[in-house]
Design a binder for this molecule. Structure first.
Ligand code: SAM
Length: 265
């Protein structure tokens, strides 16, 4: 993981070199539409308050959970205790990005959404509320965290979510083998190069031209930047959008040749 100084330097570079986020100079109609109707949709949807109320209550919850950390930089077999409030503070994607995922799902209406890394279910709740008719599958390796997420889904009466417990490395290939297609995937766990590339290649087998894959924290470390570079240049990717804290890839045939965009968000 880059230190704070290095990450800030990278962020400033992104901020001053990215397209201005209003769509000026973007020649792709698809990306222009994405910027106008999704990225810059300033509506305050009622679901936002529902999820942010949940986040606020989790931020005040001092209950401690035993956490088996599978993620980047931690030994797989190390167990430790963490409060729900610290997990809500440190692991959940901030409001701005949860709401962007909400708008993407509302706009593109994927039938099946897969999330790798449920944590307490804050982003999963955004995903679920964006399209209650979609099937949402979310994977989490730490049993105590998965149980808390399940309680949160019950509290919000979210009925379209299925949690799969276990390590992505084994659960993902099993799940993908039984799917015809994956429409929307959010990869937000185990931020290391090889696992990220492996998850990408596994889900790629079941993508079609309308599938969308979103990667979290693509500039978090050199490894993640290398993974993002490989992914966005993969022959099957038609368009990539770099929002610094998230990277999105599309496979649509509208793109005659591969195009990469970095957009200020
Ligand atoms: C960054 S958090 C997810 C945050 C969540 N998407 C949100 O925005 O609210 C990543 C989660 O992935 C889980 N995780 C990381 N690597 C994993 C692996 N290899 N298998 C299963 N779970 C894993 C961690 O336990 C952690 O809860």
């Amino acid at each position: 993981m880059y230190n704070k100084f290095k990450l800030s330097q990278k962020y400033l570079r992104y901020y001053f070199t990215a397209s201005n986020g209003k769509g000026h100079g973007i020649h792709s109609p698809f990306v222009f539409d994405f910027i106008t109707n999704v990225l810059n949709d300033k509506n305050r949807y009622p679901a936002y308050a529902v999820v942010e109320d949940l986040r606020q209550s989790l931020l005040k919850n001092s209950t401690e959970l035993t956490v088996n950390d599978f993620g980047a930089g931690s030994a797989v077999d190390k167990t430790n205790r963490r409060s729900i409030s610290s997990i809500a503070k440190n692991a959940a994607k901030p409001e701005k990005y949860g709401q962007l995922l909400y708008r993407m799902i509302q706009y593109y209406q994927p039938a099946t959404v897969l999330e790798l890394g449920t944590s307490l279910g804050i982003t999963t709740s955004y995903i679920s509320l964006a399209n209650p008719g979609a099937e949402v599958i979310t994977m989490e390796g730490a049993p105590a965290i998965a149980t808390t997420a399940l309680e949160n889904f019950r509290l919000l009466k979210l009925e379209n979510i299925k949690i799969i417990g276990g390590n992505f490395d084994t659960m993902l290939p099993q799940f993908i083998n039984n799917q015809a297609f994956v429409d929307f995937v959010f990869i937000d766990g185990n931020h290391r190069m090889q696992p990220t590339l492996s998850y990408f290649n596994t889900v790629l087998a079941k993508t079609n031209q309308f599938s969308i894959i979103v990667f979290d924290d693509i500039h978090w470390s050199q490894e993640m930047e290398e993974a993002w570079f490989t992914i966005k240049n993969h022959v099957s990717v038609k368009c990539s959008i770099d929002l610094f804290f998230m990277g999105i890839v599309f496979f649509r045939n509208d793109f005659k040749e591969q195009q990469h965009f970095t957009i200020r968000f």
